[in-house]
Design a protein around this ligand. Structure first.
Ligand code: SF4
Length: 310
């Protein structure tokens, strides 16, 4: 069957990060994750304490130690990426915790240090909607004029009752304000969503995808809720009050979400990436190839593609 989806170099029926980077840069590009030692306003009491109920360590398990300088972390990441693609560049991905939760002078120093590393060709900054004051927005707008910048905003869900249950500690309205402040400055935004949050139905997850799709974001990352040991959510799950999606349900929900996203939006992730040593459930998520293959098969068998219901 001919693939009707235009933003594809292979047979994918959604707009992959691979397609985006291959058509944007003349060389291969990887993502170089950095832990710059930030905290989070939802951990340190600025907005809340204890963090989102599913948060174990704010993503630090994926990065080099924060004790290493940013330059050294990036050089190590570039070496790793270049073992696979010798001529590759990399986007410096400030991933751990909330990467704008610091005085703007410190942010300027860190981001400038990252961009000065040979081979770094862009910047991706993961943060929260409640952590973008005007001086930080001005810095991001300035950097956006110099490099390929993406700001990654954790939304997870548009539904306030779920946000309260997972202790997100900011509202959907705050997300919309931050989203507009970024996009008005021409900054590309990637929105993070989580499927399978406690209390959410399939319709609620589809509503989140539809609402986010209407914003026409530059990118989305769709995650699967992972139960990680040591989290508050793990205790809820152990008490039997947090049902898990099956792999078949997850595949169907993601595909139905993709239909509701504009075709131009880059789908930068389609599964969660829970640290394997801490993962309690769902264990089927360890087999990412089966999940991604299931999504490809579902779309092809039903002759569907990203944006066909947008
Ligand atoms: S916003 Fe991120 S780092 Fe902060 S508590 Fe929630 S998941 Fe953890």
């Amino acid at each position: 069957m001919v693939n009707p989806f235009p933003y594809s170099l292979d047979n994918k029926r959604y707009h992959t990060l691979y397609y985006h980077l291959r058509t944007r840069f003349p060389h291969r590009v990887g993502k170089a994750a950095v832990d710059a030692g930030f905290s989070c306003p939802n951990l340190d009491g600025t907005r809340g304490r204890g963090g989102c109920t599913y948060c174990r360590s704010g993503g630090t398990e994926f990065t080099e130690s924060a004790s290493l300088p940013v330059r050294e972390q990036l050089e190590r990441e570039l070496s790793r990426i270049r073992r696979k693609w010798p001529d590759a560049g990399a986007i410096a991905y400030f991933q751990s915790h909330t990467n704008t939760h610091a005085p703007v002078s410190r942010l300027r120093t860190l981001f400038t240090e990252a961009l000065a590393v040979p081979g770094i060709c862009g910047l991706s900054v993961a943060t929260r909607a409640d952590c973008l004051p005007p001086d930080v927005l001005d810095l991001l707008a300035e950097l956006n004029g110099k490099t390929d910048l993406t700001v990654e905003l954790g939304l997870q869900t548009i539904h306030e009752e779920t946000a309260n249950r997972i202790h997100r500690c900011h509202s959907y309205a705050e997300f919309l304000t931050a989203y507009r402040a970024l996009t008005e400055r021409g900054i590309r935004v990637c929105v993070h969503l989580i499927n399978g949050l406690p209390g959410e139905t399939e319709d609620m997850m589809l509503e989140t995808a539809s609402a986010v799709g209407l914003l026409r974001p530059g990118g989305v990352k769709i995650h699967l809720l992972h139960i990680l040991s040591g989290t508050r959510l793990a205790r809820e799950w152990e008490s039997g009050t947090v049902p898990m999606l099956t792999r078949e349900e997850y595949i169907r929900i993601v595909c139905r979400q993709l239909l509701r996203l504009p075709p131009e939006t880059v789908v930068e992730r389609l599964t969660g990436d829970g640290a394997k040593e801490f993962l309690l459930a769902p264990l089927w998520s360890r087999d990412k190839i089966a999940v991604l293959g299931g999504i490809d098969r579902f779309l092809a068998e039903h002759n569907l593609w990203q944006g066909c219901l947008f």
